[in-house]
Design a protein around this ligand. Structure first.
Ligand code: AMP
Length: 415
């Protein structure tokens, strides 16, 4: 029986792989301009890192991790915890008090696959470690916006919120849980579970019944102190001054325990149910939670598959540019020997060219040259070998020039 790929994974065939490369190149260019440096970490980490760094009661840790070797190791389901682990382990704070890092990598989560949701997927993201300056929050959001816009996507919506400090949230939880306890039986099973282990996440719900109940629930923002609110207002002000449009959304929370104050999300209507394109926020508590010195930090991660889906639907992806410059048609052993040498010489001076490896007839080689959209064709026969000169045929108009010497061929190919 044919062996198929695991559920929730996908193959990137050449056309898609090329689009992916295009996207990654643009992402890198943006990070470079904003002075972020790349970091790469192992594909798997100690399971403990994610338990401590994400939170045991989150969906990711409680049910979506690919864990092996008696639970010792886990394929990375996100990158913030690994980046912070590397930051602490390598004492990056000694190199510079503000570390601006980015990554482009694949992730693994055992989720229910659907459009825009995979079990192996890719993200690019950034972490800015060492500052709690509101300008740092603004820089992250502006950088994320600039990357999304550099792809030609100009209709994603930026949502912003602040979830305050752990102490402020604790005061809110008392009132919030008090209110919800009147409706406990009416809440969805997910929200009932979260009521006990992670009440903030109830605000994340998409369940219509839950949303109705939440309409009159106490609002977290009203429990935040003036400093937190003032800080948030300052970020909004910086964004406005810099021409960034956004919406505030007091139900926007992040699923991870280590988030503090700013949270943000970019959403797109083009995506359907899985409408989140990019998510991020401040996580001032994570570094100490992972054994480092208390250090403020903020980051974001964007889903590459979802970005490509939007770009495809809006026809923002570049055309395939895998056309050959030249196809060399050979006939017989001597011709093949000559053709192969010519091929290698031309490749050495940077010409994208191809010849036949299937001993096909001249006719089917010409067909192949057409199929691969070769701009020029050369046929190597006895005459060409003897005179060491070739006829370069331009496929678009059938015109021919006789040329000798590889450098001359290159000259005509480039003309
Ligand atoms: P998160 O790490 O959960 O905050 O997700 C950040 C971004 O990654 C989301 O906004 C999505 O675009 C993307 N993402 C998360 N989970 C998946 C998945 N299972 N498949 C594809 N993209 C995902």
């Amino acid at each position: 029986m044919l062996i198929q790929k695991p559920k929730g994974t996908y193959d990137l065939l050449p056309e898609k792989a090329r689009q992916r490369y295009f996207l990654e190149t643009k992402v890198r260019e943006n990070f470079e301009i904003y002075n972020f440096s790349e970091i790469r970490t192992p594909t798997f980490e100690k399971t403990e890192l994610f338990k401590r760094g994400i939170g045991e009661e989150t969906d990711i840790v409680s049910k979506e991790m690919y864990t092996f070797k008696n639970d010792e190791f886990t394929l990375k389901p996100e990158m913030t915890a690994p980046v912070i682990r590397a930051y602490i382990e390598n004492n990056l704070n000694n190199e510079s008090p503000l570390q601006k890092l980015f990554y482009i990598t694949n992730m693994f989560r055992r989720e229910r696959p659907q459009a825009g949701r995979f079990r192996e997927f890719s993200q690019f993201g950034a972490e800015s470690i060492g500052s709690n300056d509101p300008y740092c929050d603004a820089e992250m959001i502006i950088l994320a916006d600039s990357i999304i816009r550099s792809f030609g996507i100009d209709d994603s919506i930026i949502k912003l919120n602040t979830i305050g400090t752990a102490a402020e949230r604790d005061v809110f939880f008392v009132e919030f849980k008090n209110y919800l306890s009147n409706y406990l039986n009416e809440l969805s099973p997910d929200s009932q579970r979260r009521f006990v282990i992670n009440p903030l996440r109830i605000l994340d719900t998409k369940n219509p019944g839950d949303l109705k109940i939440l309409k009159d629930a106490p609002v977290l923002y009203n429990f935040l102190n003036d400093e937190t609110k003032g800080n948030f207002e300052k970020i909004l002000d910086i964004l406005t001054v810099n021409g960034i449009e956004f919406e505030t959304d007091n139900r926007l929370v992040r699923g991870f325990d280590y988030y503090t104050s700013t949270t943000f999300e970019f959403i797109s209507d083009a995506l359907g149910a899985q409408n989140a394109l990019l998510g991020g926020g401040r996580y001032d508590l994570l570094i100490q939670q992972l054994g480092g010195k208390p250090t403020p930090a903020i980051g974001f991660a964007a889903g590459i598959e979802r970005l490509l889906m939007i770009m495809e639907s809006k026809e923002l992806l570049p055309d395939n540019n895998d056309e050959l410059k030249l196809f060399i048609v050979s006939m017989g052993e001597e011709s093949k020997k000559f053709s192969f040498k010519m091929l290698e010489n031309l490749r050495n001076i940077g010409v994208k060219c191809e010849t036949d490896f299937l001993n096909r007839s001249v006719k089917s080689q010409m067909k192949e040259a057409n199929r691969s959209k070769a701009e020029f064709v050369i046929v190597i026969g006895d005459e060409e070998i003897k005179s060491n000169s070739v006829k370069l045929k331009k496929m678009s108009d059938g015109s021919e020039v006789t040329v000798s010497g590889f450098e001359n061929i290159k000259f005509f190919l480039d003309k």
